[in-house]
Write a protein that binds this ligand. Structure first.
Ligand SMILES: NC(=O)c1ccc[n+]([C@@H]2O[C@H](COP(=O)([O-])OP(=O)(O)OC[C@H]3O[C@@H](n4cnc5c(N)ncnc54)[C@H](OP(=O)(O)O)[C@@H]3O)[C@@H](O)[C@H]2O)c1
Length: 332
């Protein structure tokens, strides 16, 4: 697969693999043996960039995803990059499917988190370490200075912030240069585009999460799709509610038509659109299936001209679409 460089020198596969759904948020965790095999097949196919977080798991196995990656990717460790995240936990007392997020970026906690993640990932360094959400109680400068120390100690090579705005990014970057932000970005979630000039100015990459609007843009789901209540976040996501699925048909049909013209699939078009928009965007689509993993990786080879990207943007502005999931509530 083609590669891309984020920030000054962080080179990763042009499409990364989001691993969350293997252990968290999309129904029951998948079979460990199957996912271990899938991760090896991903490396084989050319993925080098793997995304996880300390909180991807279930109440009875809260760090399952890091543990899975640690074991599965150990044989390939010297030729892949792992991104993980710190600074939140879920409010397990809540009965909501998507439990509210509790932030905690106190320096001592970060130090405990990094050591635990290194252990679970069976590695001596994390390639990129993201603050998962801002903690209003801890200034970002303080977090950035912990990151500078961790870089000096060799525990992390790069750092980033997830769901971060331009002002916070500037403050963080002034203390310790940021390599990439990891924000929600898809054809249905374009609210970070006004931040692009700042990313360009600071030479900070964008790792785009939920790049297919949690799968909706692939055209695979319809109003009859069933998502398990309690374990599958999609059961409460606005874009998958029956009425909204109907509303989103126009969008889906239009992407299907674009895909047909480009001899591609809708999932590939939704990824190629962002890949061709900026050379510093790396989507990390999530999948638990080998065919879809290859399909998504194939998006790196699809070429859309700047004119085609602009025309897609114009249509996206006009097309009527539902709200899209914007993330779980963050408890202050
Ligand atoms: N920083 C953050 O706060 C944050 C938040 C959410 C996610 N993330 C990261 O971003 C990654 C990706 O986001 P996401 O998983 O939420 O959303 P996504 O990548 O937009 O969509 C994933 C969903 O789409 C389905 N899918 C994938 N490829 C497909 C294809 N080619 N055709 C049809 N369906 C396809 C997957 O199902 P199958 O498994 O059945 O293929 C899965 O249910 C996560 O894994 C995680 O690492 C980060």
């Amino acid at each position: 697969m083609k590669s891309r460089t984020l920030g000054k020198d962080f080179t990763v596969s042009a499409v990364g693999l989001g691993c969350m759904g293997m252990s968290h948020g999309y129904g029951k965790p998948r079979d460990k043996k199957e996912m271990t095999e899938l991760l090896a097949q991903a490396v084989d196919f050319g993925y080098t960039f793997f995304d996880t977080a300390e909180v991807y798991g279930t109440p009875d196995n809260p760090h399952a995803n890091e543990t899975l990656l640690g074991e599965a990717l150990k044989p390939f460790r010297n030729r892949i990059q792992i991104g993980t995240k710190f600074g939140i936990h879920f409010d397990l007392d809540s009965t909501a499917t998507n439990k509210p997020i509790v932030t905690d970026a106190r320096p001592a906690g970060i130090r405990q988190s990094v050591d635990a993640s290194l252990q679970r990932l069976q590695t001596d360094h994390i390639d990129i370490y993201y603050q998962h959400r801002q903690d209003p109680k801890v200034p970002v400068e303080e977090v950035a200075s912990v990151m500078a120390d961790l870089i000096k100690e060799g525990k992390i090579l790069h750092w980033g912030l997830s769901e971060v705005d331009a002002d916070t990014l500037r403050r963080a970057h002034a203390v310790c240069p940021v390599t990439a932000v990891q924000n929600r970005y898809s054809m249905m979630a374009r609210w970070y585009e006004p931040m692009f000039p700042v990313l360009e100015e600071l030479n900070v990459g964008l790792v785009a999460f939920s790049p297919m609007a949690n799968g909706l843009l692939s055209g695979r789901y319809d109003s009859h799709s069933h998502f398990e209540k309690g374990t599958d976040y999609r059961s409460i996501m606005p874009q998958f509610q029956e009425k909204n699925m109907e509303k989103n048909q126009e969008l889906i049909h239009w992407i299907q038509e674009l895909a047909h013209q480009k001899n591609a699939t809708p999932a590939q078009i939704s990824l190629a659109w962002m890949l061709c928009k900026k050379p510093w965007i790396v989507p990390i689509p999530g999948t638990t299936n080998l065919g879809r993993l290859k399909e998504n990786g194939g998006a790196a080879d699809i070429v859309l001209t700047q004119d085609e990207v602009r025309r897609i943007d114009e249509t996206l502005e006009q097309i009527d679409m539902s709200d899209v999931f914007g993330g779980s509530k963050v408890e202050k």
